[in-house]
Design a protein around this ligand. Sequence first.
Ligand code: DLL
Length: 449
Amino acid sequence: MAWSKEETIGRGDMRKIQLGRLQKTVGTIYGKNPVYKKKLDAAGVTPGDVKSLDDIRRLPFTAKGEIRDNYPFGLFTASMEDIVEFHATSGTTGKMVVVGYTRGDVELWTEVMARACTGAGITKSDIVQNIYGYGLFTGGLGTHYGAMRIGASVIPMSGGNTQRQITIMQDFGSTVVTSTPSFLMHIHEVGEQMGVDFRKLKLKTGLFGAEPWSESMRGAIEEKFGITACDMYGLSEIIGPGVSFECHQVRKGLHVNEDYFYPEIIHPETGEVLPYGEEGELVLSTIANEGQPLLRYRTRDISRLDAKPCACGRTLVRMQRITGRTDDMLIIRGVNFFPSQVESIILKRQGVSPHYMVVVDRKGSMDEVEVQVEVTDDFMAKAGADVLKGSEEEILKDVALARKKMENLKRDIKDIIGITVKVTLVAPGTIPRSEGKAKRVDDRRPKDR
Ligand code: DLL
């Protein structure tokens, strides 16, 4: 599909669009939502104060807790007559975060998701197997709307049903998969046991997101499936998937649909706005949403912005792939530790699979970390065969090799992340698989810390 003109306009023109939309959004919110009005009054700002884009810094941040505190519809600005769809995220604590969409919001969402699909190189000739969950989660429907808009044929699979996913891939000749990276890896694992060679299927492209994943995971997916894997980012509070997307030509950073979502990077502790290029917490303002616009929403996601035009021709600001979340960050003996960092370390080593779990516990007053990593089927089969053969020499060799793997991983983690952890190798299939977002941390420390 042809690109939207906003994807390639000059920075000055983009800023004009953004300012006009921001002013309108602040005016609407102030006029229509009493909770927001009170908040803006308390901060001493009125809509008239937003005269330039830099004035956005005068507006207060919005935190996830505020949406929860006003559960379910307290931050809506549109009336229920105009709301046509709901989505929600459950999260791990407290009430759900609910989002309401007007017809205009669904149109906007469809547009940004069509951009993401086109960016990934998907066309109307493609058959898209959409493995994101349909329901309150935004992944399924958002991807569905965008892929349909560009004229692709969408298979609304939703998550789960691993074997059936494989059958459909084979029988329908899916050319695109849209999924969380972890679930696609699980599909691969099950398929391998069934003797499926995914590289021989018609798949050529994948659109991945909804959880942190690394460049090494991209490499592993591309190699195992013989596809080009593109990243896509979003969150329910802002719209769902489609906030930003990678282009298949360059794949260096995700193009932010900034004519709809205005991005800033702040220092997570001080709230100070950081210049482009510096890493910090991503803050997004919706500047065209109608149902529940959010000003300066703190995503907790860590990224960096880059305004240099991309070689693909798009001029949209790019955000670097998400490296972690400020609230996922574990502080272990004073060192900041993002569990997702473990993934690329594991993927660089042979004989272990990218299924891992970070277990944190407290022994006395010390926090201790155990990284459980699965060995591959091949490694397991060889060791098992040696045990059956009763060949003492071979068994000892296997044990030595396993010990070396643990030592190597432990050293890599110490070198790259800076903390000493215990590495345990576990049998294939031991770490629980997820059909949606993967759970990588098991924090067993007492809650009253
Ligand atoms: O995960 C929306 C989505 C669906 C995005 C499908 C991409 C694909 P939530 O369930 O509200 O929405 O979760 C949002 O997931 O704040 C990030 O922490 C994380 N996340 C989403 N996309 C990525 C990504 C959807 N590409 C939260 N890389 C966000 C890393 C991601 N983390």
